[in-house]
Design a protein around this ligand. Sequence first.
Ligand code: UD1
Length: 418
Amino acid sequence: MQLVVVQGGRPLKGTVKVSAAKNAVLPVMLASLLAESTSRLEDVPDLADVKIACELIEHLGARVERRDGALFIHPPSQFTGEAPYELVRRMRASFLAMGPVLARSGSVRISMPGGCAIGSRPIDLHLKGFSLLGARITQSKGYIEAHTPGLEGNRIYLDFPSVGATENIMMAACLARGLTVIENAAEEPEVVDLANFLNAMGARIKGAGTRVIRIEGVGYLEGTSYSVIPDRIEAGTFLAAAAMAGGEVVVENVICDHVKPVIAKLREAGVQVEEGENSIRVTGTGQFRAVDIKTLPYPGFPTDMQPPFMAMMTLARGTSVITETVFENRFMHVNELKRMGARIKVAGRTAVVYGVRRLTGARVVATDLRAGAALVLAGLAAEGETEITNVEHIDRGYDSLVEKLQSLGAKVSRVHGT
Ligand code: UD1
């Protein structure tokens, strides 16, 4: 088993470059299956989830090639396989294969995602969208099958602005006949990035980034060359790390607009944050006030930043109320933070964090990706040594987190242990 070991108490100093966004690259990889020719993706981050996406794409009959620093995806003329439980279970975003495969081939068989550490995460909105586009959907033995003689555009209202449902439906609608309108669509930057990629392939999408997306179906799409946006959650994680551990860090390759809610909260907490052209400088003293946060769909405070921000609030002056409105069970990191000396009370979707003077290193478990990041941050600011297990969760979504923190002077390493 691999562990991440952190010796706390060292301020961070230097410059760190953010990688391409996990949540943008995964849908873009799957969207490339919609085209009839090869796509070339630049700067693809080195993530476990990207490897799973490659496996899935190959499983479906496409060919994936890494060459000249880029990832080439050669879509098949006919899809051969299905999206099996084994892959969908390991990465929920695998479900985003449904839209592209259904739209191109008229039928798809995909495993249901099943339970997930951060809540039940249903897929009803995805299915509602496909069925309104004219797919006949059946379910058996844990698999979903959808068939259509040809998708037809329609008006689809999402009960919640789900990122995945918006993306899945938008991808399928590109090849549907006529106009599709997605109402109450997700406005996340990753949705906009996916729309830009699809439009570069020849799709006709307008309004991505607003609550109403209009997609005029086209007959076919061609592969293209693309480079996805920087990872706003990775950027936010480094900002919070610098605020917590203290020191001075410049985070490069950031679209400042995408991290606005995080910057606003850091400033409210009294942390000095300066925005550059596409970089952000944080000067942390390790001292900050407690602030309340409520997670919301974009442009609200991102749920993926809730665990790292909670880690920060454990050491704030005062009491912070953290309300999670996006996922119903996203407080798995609370018990682990408590093992390090944090004082947190959870009631339903709210966590009350009473700031303490110090955290102390302990052995803790990364229960999911962002919970893992939260524990690394807590370890950086804690006294003594923190050992984080189940670090494969962190590898799903952070490219070289340990190495990047080392370059900022953190005493952190990855070791084999039990
Ligand atoms: C994506 C991100 C994830 C992020 C989340 C919210 C990717 C690969 N993952 O996940 O990192 O935390 O957005 O910003 O991009 N819901 C339904 N029915 C559905 C679909 C969703 O009720 O059919 C609910 C979910 O249970 C959840 C909420 O909608 O409570 C938000 O989920 P959604 O926006 O779909 O998140 P994902 O796309 O899975």
